[in-house]
Design a protein around this ligand. Structure first.
Ligand SMILES: O=C(O)CCC(=O)C(=O)O
Ligand SMILES: [Fe+2]
Length: 398
């Protein structure tokens, strides 16, 4: 995209907003505020202390990680029984957030899932795109156990610029404490705080099944928005779909690293770029999905600047406007949200201003290098899958 749009919003997706909110060395880019209180100190003022202090972020400037090595990802969703018996046998309710996108599950404990249950979780998440689990114990487990749980789904990603709980670099933290003026800073130059993205798509093997769990949340606000990128693909005309197939886009982590540096914060690994297909295929469902996002995608390979900008702008607008293929997740204590980063985009909303703490932890298993399969004239497969689930064909009372 055009130079100039890569600034503050680009730092948002991986919660650079949030991490700017604590720690003496942090100040949000574009905002005048300098945060010179620790998260614990903030707790003594406008808001109670963090309920999970072991999850407060630290920025380890001394540890530099080497480039990520390629690895072979095993997609557990492929092994899953599509009826999901082990995942749902204790479920008390499974409801849809919207018909196409998102489900909410009650009554099961993710940390107690068997291997088969985890396989089914991977598949169900790929099918529904985002799944909200209430009353979970993940945040109360030792952090190592939470990471062990997540590592079943893929090699755990270490974020290059985010704060992490001391000793657990694989946890990516979203934290906004009292006196955090991030949203105000952002709104000086933007009309809203929405920053659609899929996580770290600049990596060669970006994340797949991803976990975000809440530690503290404001009483209202701070919802997370999800867009169903497979349904976004299905909505396009076959002719337009055909045009997108075969295209590849450049994704870059350089701007995020630069933003971090310019705030005086850390870069734990040298930034990279990757070229990925614009339309990728999910390895377990076979669904095709649009795989570009305004935070990390820079350019359509082989296109001239204006051509690339034009096409990407259309795709970004299509994703943002598609409220009929999106879902909005409301956080509540003990909520874990699982999404498939290969077939979704998401955005935080920074819409509360009462100083209440918002604190979440992300566990981010990496997946396969994105691949494309060729255009098919009848791409309704994904909708059929969704219909089966909506109609209870996964064996669960809804
Ligand atoms: O804060 C949120 O709701 C989402 C943050 C985010 O983009 C992420 O953790 O990947
Ligand atoms: Fe994100």
């Amino acid at each position: 995209m055009a130079p100039g749009i890569v600034d503050p919003p680009q730092t948002a997706p991986t919660s650079d907003f949030a991490k700017a909110s604590v720690g003496p060395k942090e100040a949000f880019i574009g905002g005048p505020q300098v945060f010179n209180k620790t998260a614990e100190e903030q707790g003594t003022e406008k808001q109670p202390p963090a309920t999970h202090p072991k999850y407060l972020p630290v920025w380890d400037a001394d540890t530099i990680y080497p480039p990520l090595e390629p690895f072979t990802h095993y997609e557990h969703g492929k092994d899953a029984d599509p009826m999901s018996p082990e995942l749902f046998h204790e479920a008390t309710s499974v409801t849809e957030l919207t018909p196409s996108t998102g489900s909410e599950v009650r009554g099961i404990q993710l940390s107690a899932l068997t291997k088969q249950g985890k396989d089914q979780l991977a598949l169900f998440t790929a099918q529904r795109k985002v799944v909200v689990f209430r009353d979970q114990d993940l945040a109360d487990l030792p952090i190592r156990e939470a990471l062990d749980f997540g590592s079943y789904f893929g090699r755990l990603h270490i974020h290059p610029t985010s704060g992490a709980p001391k000793g657990y670099p694989e946890v990516h933290l979203v934290h906004r404490g009292a006196d955090d003026n991030t949203a105000m800073g952002l709104l000086k130059s933007r009309t809203n705080t929405v920053t659609w993205h899929s996580d770290v798509t600049y990596e060669n093997q970006p994340p797949g099944t991803s976990f975000l769990y809440v530690l503290d949340t404001p009483t209202a606000g701070g919802d997370t928005l999800f867009s169903n990128q497979a349904e976004a693909y299905n909505r396009l005309s076959p002719e337009f779909q055909k045009r997108l197939h075969g295209l590849r886009a450049l994704h870059s982590g350089h701007e995020q690293a630069q933003n971090s540096k310019s705030r005086g914060s850390i870069v734990r690994r040298e930034p990279v770029t990757s070229v990925h297909p614009v339309i990728r295929t999910h390895p377990a469902t076979g669904e095709k999905a649009i795989y570009v996002n305004p935070q990390f995608t820079r350019h359509i390979v082989g296109y001239k600047q204006e051509e690339s900008d034009f096409l990407l702008k259309f795709l970004y607008d299509h994703i943002a406007l598609g409220q009929d293929f999106q879902a909005r997740v409301k956080w509540a204590p003990r909520t874990v949200v699982v999404w498939d980063n290969r077939v979704t985009a998401h955005s935080a909303t920074l819409d509360w201003a009462n100083g209440q703490r918002r604190h979440l932890a992300r566990i981010t298993p990496q997946a396969e290098r994105p691949t494309e399969t060729s255009f098919e004239a009848h791409p309704e497969k994904g909708s059929e899958l969704t219909e089966n689930l909506v109609n209870g064909k996964n064996g669960v009372a809804t």
